[in-house]
Design a protein around this ligand. Sequence first.
Ligand SMILES: NC(=O)c1ccc[n+]([C@@H]2O[C@H](COP(=O)([O-])OP(=O)(O)OC[C@H]3O[C@@H](n4cnc5c(N)ncnc54)[C@H](OP(=O)(O)O)[C@@H]3O)[C@@H](O)[C@H]2O)c1
Length: 259
Amino acid sequence: MTLALAGKRALVCGSSQGIGFAAAAALATAGATVTLLARNRKSLEAARERLAGSGHAVLVADFDDPGAVRDTVAAHVAEQGAKHILVNNAGGPRGGQVHAAEPDAFLAVFRQHLLVNHALVQTLLPGMRAAGYGRIINVISTSVKEPIPDLGVSNTIRGAVASWAKTLAGELGAHGITVNNVLPGFTRTARLHDLFAAKAKRLGTTTAEVEAEARATVPLGRFAEPEEVAAAIAFLASPLAGYINGINLPVDGGRTRSL
Ligand SMILES: NC(=O)c1ccc[n+]([C@@H]2O[C@H](COP(=O)([O-])OP(=O)(O)OC[C@H]3O[C@@H](n4cnc5c(N)ncnc54)[C@H](OP(=O)(O)O)[C@@H]3O)[C@@H](O)[C@H]2O)c1
């Protein structure tokens, strides 16, 4: 069994580093041609250099402006052809308790995490329909199953993204398009480091102590490498996962306690 992505074109968002980059690398290794998207051109170009294969592209866009993201991607598709795979992935929202959140914080995260996903689906859908093959994979969080303390705004918007995705999955299956969510647990990226450092500062303790406490909640006793989350994304993008639709897949070492 192979992932067999030769001839498939993928757009991977938030892919200059972390889980997004690892997903792009896994898709490229499986044979896909990948377009990387984030805000920083220099880090995108460096990321592209590290991908297997050739023909990969970069796009610079900021999720603060869903309309601009849509226009950038639409122009790219008109030039380089339709995409078969969309990985919706963005920078994680800032931490904090929900009762203290500013109303505008919800709007900003809704824009970056839901409206951008939606704009991209609407832009790429005609091509996926025409190809009879579409894989929409949203990187969200285990908080859609169990809200995570001190990530109040994130918990709220992740739930909205999960409901949006489940609804889409019910609508698009007839066209050979699946929609699934990957829910990373603690994954070794810049985002995780920043969250732990912020928590240590808030509690007046060390990052090492915060890390040890977090690690103790994971049955596997360690954090994930980004490549382990990426492997799940690449599988869901492949023909092998053709009958998997509308799921929330935790890749969390067993940390989520709900079924
Ligand atoms: N790491 C974990 O433990 C973990 C656990 C659960 C869920 N998650 C979620 O998984 C997702 C990816 O996490 P990660 O740890 O891989 O994050 P990361 O290392 O911080 O990477 C985020 C990526 O998104 C891009 N990005 C950030 N803001 C953007 C914007 N406004 N417009 C366009 N691109 C933007 C960044 O590049 P630029 O800065 O160049 O734009 C970067 O490529 C996040 O939603 C995170 O909350 C992560």
